[in-house]
Design a protein around this ligand. Structure first.
Ligand SMILES: C[S@@+](CC[C@H](N)C(=O)[O-])C[C@H]1O[C@@H](n2cnc3c(N)ncnc32)[C@H](O)[C@@H]1O
Length: 247
């Protein structure tokens, strides 16, 4: 997969692209990253990328020319011109980001993420250039760089070979439609707090059943809206009845 980020602050991506899973995925050739400063596609001699809003008001608006220019340059330089990239605008007005969207994007060959700043973008970018608009939550950040990193991280860890241990992504919260069960590691007893016996039993079926039940319990306690009552098995219904009795 190839991921290009259009930003006014490419230096923010240096260690992000090099550290941990992102760095390893790049070393293994699973993903290729690039942060491009779209200021270099400005069409005026002062290299400005923003201007005052028509109609007045505070804040500066990102001009269309540098962003169109940068995206078109990346598309024409692509080694796979037939595969059109997903051009994603980071924006608090976009579609709320979700694990399903990360899964969808992980199947693409080329992503271009556009990071805004200041008051936002000229509307024509939205209307005529991008394929997706994504918000990472109902709050406003200074720029699209942290949202872009959020999306890149969540997508890259789903690429085959990126994590090394693929099964951990399969059982992650939200991948299964539930929150993940609790984890424990050594020591078996810490300050009088013991790990549940079943996890030390070596009995794989019982451990698996415990994990399913605890995953359901956690989801029921914290994110009840994620549970579709029509899709519960008989065992799950009886576990929920048990959770209700316990509370
Ligand atoms: C200060 S914000 C602009 C907010 C804009 N005036 C509005 O009300 O929608 C500047 C940039 O930060 C990024 N940004 C801020 N919050 C975001 C969020 N929740 N999700 C995605 N991007 C966000 C976007 O790229 C946005 O263009």
């Amino acid at each position: 997969m190839r991921i290009d980020v259009l930003t006014l602050f490419p230096e923010m991506f240096g260690s992000f692209f090099e550290a941990s899973i992102m760095g390893k995925a790049q070393e293994k050739g699973i993903v290729q990253f690039q942060a491009v400063n779209f200021r270099s596609f400005s069409t005026n001699k002062h290299q400005t990328v923003d201007d005052y809003p028509y109609g007045g008001g505070g804040g500066m608006v990102l001009k269309p020319e540098p962003i169109f220019g940068a995206v078109e340059n990346l598309v024409s330089a692509s080694d796979r011109p037939a595969a059109s990239p997903r051009v994603i605008l980071l924006c608090p007005q976009g579609e709320p980001y979700h694990q399903r969207k990360a899964e969808e994007l992980s199947r693409e060959e080329h992503l271009i993420l556009v990071c805004g700043h200041y008051e936002g973008y000229d509307e024509r970018i939205r209307e005529h250039l991008v394929t997706d608009e994504i918000s990472i939550g109902d709050y406003v950040l200074t720029g699209g760089e942290i949202p872009a990193m959020t999306i890149i991280d969540s997508v890259v860890r789903l690429l085959p070979g990126a994590l090394g241990n693929e099964s951990s992504a399969i059982t992650d919260s939200h991948s299964t439609g539930r929150l993940e069960y609790p984890h424990y590691t050594r020591p078996a007893v810490y300050r009088d707090w013991a790990v549940p016996d079943v996890l030390l039993s070596g009995h794989h079926e019982r451990i698996e059943e415990w994990r399913q039940k605890e995953s359901l319990r956690r989801t029921w306690q914290r994110r009840r809206e994620m549970i579709n009552p029509d899709k519960l098995t008989k065992a799950e219904k009886s576990w929920i009845a048990e959770f209700e009795r316990e509370t």
